[in-house]
Each structure stands twice: as structure tokens, then as C-alpha cells.
Ligand binder design. Structure first.
Ligand code: C2E
Ligand code: CA
Ligand code: CA
Length: 579
């Protein structure tokens, strides 16, 4: 009987002891774990933290207990915001990620982290957060990676990484329509240095050399060690080839400064071969091979120099630099002037105005036509000052004619960069006031591509110019692919039929179709049509038949110096249209 008797006190103690044992057991497990564990209540407040978590993060009990995770300055990267983490946990039950933190002792640690929801009877009773330190694993991996991708002596990327990186750069450059330069840099006579001074010193010199090369690279470039004394620099984000020349020159300059190795002052020189994507190749192999060939070519010419793979590029670069330098001086030295090509109304063959065409007389090169230098000016910053000079000069001449009693229009060619330069409209306004030329006699010739390239800004500026009274002609109309739609939006007055269509107008049915269509488009839109490059009577007859409004060309007159214009007007050799 007695054995059946249950003492409630004893039972209670048993349960308590068993629970105590379990809790003790659980807390021991937590203490022994290598993973850091944080237990949070259903509100997300921290109720317990194990030893490993303190050790991994270096955070103290006071900072953690009863706090919320999001209020602790964890200095963690790689985490979305805690708000997002909580959202994921509450929706999906679990968030998993990798975080990088900074231990108060200053070192960085990397952890795999898991935050999960703990449920009982369909209700959230708390959360558990576990982090596992994977710093060593990651650093081992990155060491392995560096061993296979970096050169041991110099610490520079090796050939394998160079190929990877270059392939990526070419891919980006293709999308952005940019150029990439590959500079193959070889130290001159390094064998002699090595043999005379010993390999150890040679190695040290190589290290210093590599440091100097690498110090000049930025986001868009990279330097790699390609072979023993061969290095490769790749440079992306290039719009033109002129800057490549400057890079090569600056490398040669830097390397020519002495190196100090063991109290010895050493001088070395380099020879550089350059290939350019996409001109000299479109894949890393070809570009590197061609840069290497260019380097060997440069060695033949003489060391301590550079060569482009394409000889055409060598010539173009030096010619362009020469022209740019000379052009800068040309404005100051008064070597520029304008010629004026008369434009006639086809209704009555009377003079209505002139197109101003730029000429440059350089004492060394003689007379230069715009085809030789306008693009150089456009690709440097010169076009703005040059273009401004042209407008001012044309307006001054126009004003002289006005004062002589002739109301003749002067058309000035405007480049894309000019139109998009800040305050272009204000500058024009200023020039008009300054010279006193009537705005309604000034015409701007702007190419189709310029209009389309700067659509929004062009529209604003053109409307402004138009409101001043200036007329707008679309130059070289029909030569670039475009939808005609834009004509509706731009305030243009005239279409100029390019001389390439007029040349064969008598024999080529395509040119006939194009020319007659342009005239029809112009008239349908209420615009005028002007033909340029009219050289023969037949061409003129044809244009008159199709009711083209105006024309210019050698048949009437070549572009003339201003004094000849004045002379001819005075002698009635240019019959002027009555107003
Ligand atoms: P463009 O606007 O198409 O100018 C017409 C070109 O055709 C001029 O060449 C002119 O001399 C030439 N030409 C005139 N009549 C005939 C002809 O009957 N037959 C042939 N075959 N050619 C003729 P130019 O002066 O060498 O100018 C070339 C281009 O340079 C111009 O083409 C224009 O785009 C640009 N340009 C000229 N002056 C300036 C300027 O001041 N500023 C800017 N931005 N560009 C200019
Ligand atoms: Ca023109
Ligand atoms: Ca033209």
C-alpha cells in the first residue's frame, strides 16, 4: 500500500532536478560549441549568448544582453539591413548569409551566419542566431587564389590574371564603344644588368620597377608581370588614341628617373609596344601578340621609345599632335581666315549670301583646308575658341557688307561640341551685339548628326537662336542615317543637299531620287532646299527643274577671300538679289 503512495513534493523535486539537469546540459553544450550562439525572445531581445559568440565578435555581455541585434554596433558588412533580415526570417523562417566584421582588437573576421525562428504550437517563441567563424578558410582560399594569380617576386598580377582581366575589359569596352590600349613594356638590356650585378640585385631592381609602374595605374588600368623583364599595362576607358601616346611617354619618363638599390644609383630604360582594341585585334591573345611585335619593332628603331602596332597609327598620332600644337598658335598668330562661297537664288540667279569656310595658312605646311584640321580641333578643346573666332569674324565681315548697303546672309558651320558648349547662345548674342551684325542675316549650318546627338539641349539652344532671328540650315542632309521625324521638332529653315549627291545627279538614278526627295521633303515641311557643290550647267538646270531654291558651287564661284568679295560686289560682278 505504502509503495503506491506518491509524494507530490518528491515528484516535484524530481521534475525540477531533471529540468535543471537538462538546462545545465544545454548550457554546457552551448559553452562547448565552436559556433557563436545568441538566443532571442519573441520580441527579438537577446536573452542569452554563448562564449564563442563573445570570442568571435569581441563584444561584451553588457553590450549584448537584453539588447536588440539591430541596436548593437556590430560593424558588419555583407548584411542587408536588419529590417530586411527580420522580414526574411519572419516570412521564410530563416536567414542565411556571410558577414565580415571587425574585432575590437583590429582584425577582420568572416562568418557564416544563420538567424532562425523558433516555433511552438504555431507561435513564435523566440529566435536563434548562430555564427560560424570561417576567417581561416577564406584566407586560405584567397592565398591559394593569389598564388595562382600573382607573381611571387613583384606581387603584380601574373599572366593568367592579365588574360582574365583583359578579356573582361574588352567585353566592357565593346559595349561602351571605347578603346583599350595594351602596352607591352620591356626593360632594355636587363640581361646585362642581371649578369653584371647578380640576380639578387636584379630581383630587387625588378621589384622597385614594378612598384613604380603599378603606382600609376587607376581604376581603368592594370599592370601585370608577363615574363622575366616584360610587363604589360592595359588601359581601358579610352575615347581616342592621343591619350595612349601620353601614357607611353609618361612611363618612359618615370622609368628614366634613377633607382636606388643598395646605395647604388641605377638607370634603366624601357621600350614599349602598343596595340589598341579594336583596331589591332579584338581578343587578348592577338592584342598581346601585336603589342609584343610593336615592342620588337620599337627596339629596332632604337631603345627607350615606343611604337604603335599599326604604323598608320604612329603617323596619325604624331601628325595630330603636330597639328594640334600648331593650331593652338594659329589663332594667336593670325594664320586663320575665312573664305566666302557665294550662294544664289535659283529663281533669278541672284546672290543671296555666302557660306563662310575656314582656311589656315601655316608658313611651314602652306594652305590647309578644314578637312585637315577641323576634326583635330573637334577632338581637343580647340573647337570652342576656334568656332567662336569664326562666328565673330564672319559677323564683322557681314557688318562691313551691311554698312556698304548689302543685306547679304552669312552662313557659318557649327560643330557639335560648340552647340553643346555651355552658354553657346549667350556667346552668340554677345558677338552679335559686339559686331552690330543683323541677327536675321546670320545663318548656322548644323549637321543632322549634331542635332540628333544633342537632341534635348540642341532643341533648347536652337529655339533660343531662332528667337534672336538667326536662321538654321541642316548641313550634309541625307548623309547620315536618321529618321526624318526630328525635322518636325527642330526649328530649322533649310535643308542643304550634300555635294556628294549633286556630283552624279545627271548619271546616277539613286542620286536623282535622293535629291528630288530632299527637295520635296523640304517643301512639304515649308523649308527651303539648297544644293551645294554645283559644278556644271546640267546640274544647275536639273536643280532648277525640280525647283530647288538655292545653290552654291564652283559653277558659280569658289570660296573667295573677303577682299575679293568686296571687290566683286563693288564691280557688280556678283549680281545681288533685290529685297
Ligand atoms: P561643307 O559645309 O559641306 O562645305 C562645303 C565644302 O565644299 C567646302 O569645302 C567647299 O570649299 C567645298 N565646295 C564648294 N563648292 C564646291 C564644288 O563645286 N565642288 C566641290 N567638289 N567642292 C565644293 P571646305 O572649305 O574644304 O570645307 C570642308 C568642310 O569643313 C565643310 O564642309 C565644313 O563641314 C567644314 N568647315 C569649314 N569651315 C568650317 C568652320 O568654320 N567651322 C566648322 N565647324 N566646320 C567648318
Ligand atoms: Ca556647310
Ligand atoms: Ca556638305
Amino acid at each position: 500500500m505504502l509503495s503506491d503512495y506518491i509524494n507530490p513534493m518528491e515528484e516535484y523535486e524530481k521534475i525540477i532536478n531533471s529540468l535543471k539537469r537538462k538546462t545545465y546540459f544545454m548550457s554546457k553544450i552551448l559553452e562547448c560549441m565552436k559556433e557563436g550562439v545568441v538566443i532571442l525572445n519573441s520580441e527579438g531581445c537577446i536573452e542569452g549568448v554563448n562564449k564563442a559568440f563573445y570570442e568571435i565578435t569581441g563584444l561584451s555581455y553588457e553590450k549584448l544582453i537584453r539588447n536588440k541585434l539591430e541596436n548593437i554596433d556590430l560593424k558588419w558588412e555583407g548584411l542587408p539591413t536588419f529590417k530586411e533580415v527580420w522580414e526574411i526570417v519572419n516570412n521564410q523562417g530563416l536567414w542565411v548569409g556571410e558577414v565580415v566584421g571587425i574585432h575590437p582588437n583590429g582584425y577582420m573576421y568572416t562568418c557564416d551566419a544563420i538567424l532562425s525562428k523558433v516555433m511552438a504550437d504555431g507561435e513564435t517563441i523566440g529566435y536563434i542566431f548562430v555564427v560560424q567563424d570561417i576567417t581561416e578558410k577564406r584566407s586560405l582560399e584567397s592565398n591559394l587564389r593569389s598564388l595562382s594569380y600573382y607573381d611571387l617576386l613583384t606581387g603584380l598580377p601574373n599572366r593568367a590574371l592579365l588574360y582574365n582581366h583583359l578579356a573582361q575589359m574588352l567585353y566592357n569596352a565593346k559595349i561602351k564603344n571605347e578603346k583599350v590600349a595594351v602596352l607591352f613594356i620591356d626593360i632594355d638590356n636587363f640581361k646585362i644588368v642581371n649578369e653584371s650585378m647578380g640576380h639578387e640585385l636584379g630581383d630587387r631592381l625588378l621589384k622597385l620597377f614594378a612598384e613604380r609602374l603599378a603606382s600609376s595605374v587607376n581604376n581603368d588600368s592594370m599592370v601585370a608581370r608577363f615574363g622575366s623583364d616584360e610587363f604589360v599595362m592595359v588601359k581601358g576607358g579610352l575615347k581616342d588614341i592621343d591619350s595612349i601616346k601620353l601614357i607611353a611617354e609618361s612611363i618612359i619618363e618615370r622609368i628614366s628617373q634613377p633607382f636606388f638599390v643598395e646605395n647604388k644609383k641605377l638607370y634603366i630604360t624601357v621600350t614599349i609596344g602598343i596595340s589598341v582594341f579594336p583596331i589591332d585585334g579584338v581578343d587578348p591573345d592577338i592584342l598581346l601578340k601585336n603589342a609584343d611585335m610593336a615592342m620588337h619593332h620599337a627596339k629596332e628603331i632604337g631603345r627607350n621609345t615606343y611604337q604603335f602596332y599599326t604604323s598608320e597609327l604612329n603617323i596619325r598620332v604624331s601628325e595630330r599632335f603636330y597639328i594640334e600644337g600648331k593650331l593652338r598658335e594659329a589663332i594667336v598668330k593670325n594664320e586663320l581666315y575665312l573664305h566666302y562661297q557665294p550662294q544664289f537664288s535659283l529663281e533669278d540667279d541672284k546672290l543671296v549670301g555666302f557660306e563662310a569656310l575656314l582656311r589656315w595658312y601655316n608658313p611651314e605646311s602652306g594652305l590647309l583646308l578644314p578637312g585637315k584640321f577641323i576634326t583635330v580641333a573637334e577632338e581637343s578643346d580647340l573647337i570652342e575658341s576656334l568656332g567662336e573666332w569664326v562666328i565673330r569674324q564672319a559677323c564683322s565681315h557681314g557688318k562691313i557688307l551691311e554698312d556698304m548697303g548689302y543685306r547679304l546672309r552669312i552662313a557659318v558651320n557649327i560643330s557639335s561640341n560648340q552647340l553643346s558648349s555651355p552658354d553657346f547662345d549667350k556667346k552668340v548674342e554677345y558677338i552679335l551685339t559686339e559686331t552690330g551684325f543683323s541677327p536675321d542675316l546670320l545663318e548656322f549650318e548644323i549637321t543632322e548628326s549634331t542635332l540628333i546627338k544633342n537632341k534635348k539641349e540642341a532643341m533648347r539652344v536652337l529655339n533660343r537662336l531662332k528667337s534672336m532671328g538667326i536662321t538654321i540650315a541642316v548641313d550634309d542632309f541625307g548623309t547620315s542615317y536618321s529618321s526624318l521625324n526630328y525635322l518636325k521638332y527642330f526649328p530649322v529653315d533649310k535643308l542643304k543637299i550634300d555635294r556628294s549627291f549633286i556630283g552624279d545627279i545627271i548619271s546616277d538614278p539613286n542620286d536623282v531620287a535622293i535629291t528630288t526627295t530632299i527637295i520635296a521633303i523640304a517643301h512639304n515641311l515649308g523649308l527651303k532646299a539648297t544644293a551645294e557643290g554645283v559644278e556644271t550647267e546640267e546640274q544647275l538646270t536639273f536643280l532648277k527643274l525640280w525647283q530647288c531654291d538655292e545653290a552654291q558651287g564652283y559653277f558659280f564661284s569658289p570660296p573667295l577671300p573677303f577682299k575679293d568679295v568686296v571687290e566683286r560686289l563693288k564691280n557688280n560682278l556678283l549680281p545681288v538679289k533685290d529685297e
